[in-house]
Structures are given as structure tokens and as C-alpha cells.
Design a protein around this ligand. Structure first.
Ligand code: ADP
Ligand code: MG
Length: 241
């Protein structure tokens, strides 16, 4: 078991200083928000910078977006996923998750891939796809079990995991199925404020971490997303990331 007091730098400018240096190592953090809040960018940036800045290979499980399109979208921020894939530093698992078996398979394929490439980080984008299994299966309890077993499989492999979940438009809920936030060791919520043409990020929960609940401004830059208003950003003459 990896010591959670050890931190995993997030690769998101401004976020580490809000989290005592990063996410707790080998724990599961849920990133939630409505459509277009920047969740996928956030996830890929966590993996990309983990590789290029910290030399920590990563696994991306993409369940909603075609990997080719995702690569194109992410190249805009200079995230060259093709190159990292060829170098064996990132593994992209793409799956149309339509049955329970496919979800259960992930608890096997993720640890296998992790061993193969020496991964330290994992992003699952997104858990929302599990939603339409709800009716087919025994309801929330089964969904909870699957998410729990994914999270535990990742922990056993020593992966620091980001599980993305899309929340319904106009709802105050922080998770789609109401179970993810209980399982996660941390919850980060992204919001859009149309009237102000602005985005915010709030840390709602982070075990083993002293953090504020205050929403911070988040914006897109040429290198992904960044958090402003932090002490570091204020003291920097110009923001580099
Ligand atoms: N350079 C940019 N400036 C402002 N907003 C941007 C920029 N690039 C992308 N976006 C916003 O990012 C959104 C997509 O980000 P993405 O990470 O895919 O969000 P999500 O996964 O939460 O749906 C777009 O809908 C757009 O609003
Ligand atoms: Mg997305």
C-alpha cells in the first residue's frame, strides 16, 4: 500500500498548492462537472504532465470519445498523445461499455496494462457511461460495486486515479449516480458561470489533505487549464502554464 501522505503532482498549474502538493498517492479522485466544464482536458493534462514532468507513465480509459478525435482535440494544447503512445508511456484503452462484463474486464485489463508500461496514473473518462446499465442491473448497488472494484484494482496497482463523472445540466448534484463521491477519496467539482463567462474549480473533499472549499477561477490556456488567484499565480509576474 502506497503512503497517501506522499503526493502526486497534478500537472494543473495552481492546483498543487491548494492540495498540499498534489493528490494523495494511489488514491481515487473524482472530477465532476456538467458538459463542457473541462473535465477531459483536466484528465489528459494530469496524465500528459505526469509523463513529461514527473516521468510517470499513465493509462487513459476513454469510454465516450473516439481516441482519434480525442488525440486531435488534445493536440491543441500541445499534448502529443500519439508520440507518448509510441514511446510506451501512455496506454489508451477505448471501450464502448455496454454490458456488465465489459466493466468487470476493466478491473483486469487496467492492472495488466499498468504492469506492462509501469503506470503510476490512471484516468477513467467517464463513469457516466455506466449509467445506462443501471436499469439492466440491480440498480445503484451494482454500480457501486463496479466502481469500487475498479478503484480497488487501481489502488492495488499503486495507481493514482482520476475518475471523471458528468453531472446533469442544471443540477446541484456533484455526482451522476450518487455513489461515486462516497467511494472516492477526493472530489473536485468544475462549474461554468455563463453570466460571468467564467469557470470555477472547487475541492469538495480530499482525504489526508487540509484544503479550502472556496471555488477558484479556472481558465483555458494554450497548455490546457490553469487555476488563477492562488498565491503562486499572484506572485508570478506572468503565468507560464
Ligand atoms: N481555448 C479555449 N478557451 C476557452 N474555452 C475553451 C478553449 N478550448 C476549449 N474550451 C472549452 O472546453 C470545452 C471542452 O473541454 P472538455 O475538457 O472536453 O470538457 P468536458 O470533458 O467537461 O465536456 C469546450 O466546450 C469549450 O467550452
Ligand atoms: Mg469530456
Amino acid at each position: 500500500m502506497v503512503d497517501a501522505t506522499k503526493r502526486c503532482p497534478t500537472g494543473i498549474y495552481g492546483l498543487d498548492e491548494l492540495l498540499e502538493g498534489g493528490f494523495p498517492r494511489s488514491r481515487t479522485v473524482m472530477v465532476s462537472g456538467t458538459c463542457g466544464t473541462g473535465k477531459s482536458t483536466f484528465g489528459v493534462q494530469f496524465l500528459y504532465n505526469g509523463i513529461v514532468q514527473n516521468n510517470e507513465p499513465g493509462i487513459l480509459v476513454t469510454l465516450e470519445q473516439d481516441p482519434l478525435e480525442l488525440k486531435q482535440d488534445m493536440s491543441r494544447y500541445g499534448f502529443d498523445l500519439d508520440k507518448l503512445e509510441k514511446e510506451g508511456k501512455i496506454a489508451i484503452i477505448s471501450a464502448g461499455i455496454e454490458d456488465k462484463m465489459a466493466w468487470e474486464d476493466l478491473s483486469v485489463s487496467i492492472p495488466e496494462k499498468a504492469k506492462e508500461i509501469g503506470a503510476k496514473r490512471l484516468v477513467i473518462d467517464s463513469l457516466t457511461a455506466i449509467g445506462f446499465l443501471l436499469e439492466e442491473m440491480g440498480g445503484k448497488e451494482d454500480v457501486r460495486k463496479i466502481i469500487m472494484s475498479l478503484s480497488n484494482a487501481a489502488k492495488r496497482s499503486g495507481l493514482t486515479t482520476m475518475m471523471i463523472t458528468e453531472t446533469p445540466e442544471g443540477s446541484e448534484a456533484i455526482s451522476m449516480h450518487g455513489v461515486e463521491s462516497h467511494i472516492a477519496d477526493g472530489v473536485i467539482h468544475l462549474t461554468i458561470h455563463e453570466a460571468m463567462d467564467s469557470r470555477k474549480i472547487a475541492v469538495r473533499k480530499m482525504r489526508s489533505t487540509k484544503h479550502s472549499l472556496k471555488p477558484h477561477d479556472m481558465e483555458f490556456s494554450e497548455k490546457g487549464v490553469r487555476i488563477l488567484e492562488t498565491e503562486k499565480a499572484k506572485s508570478d509576474k506572468k503565468v507560464l502554464f
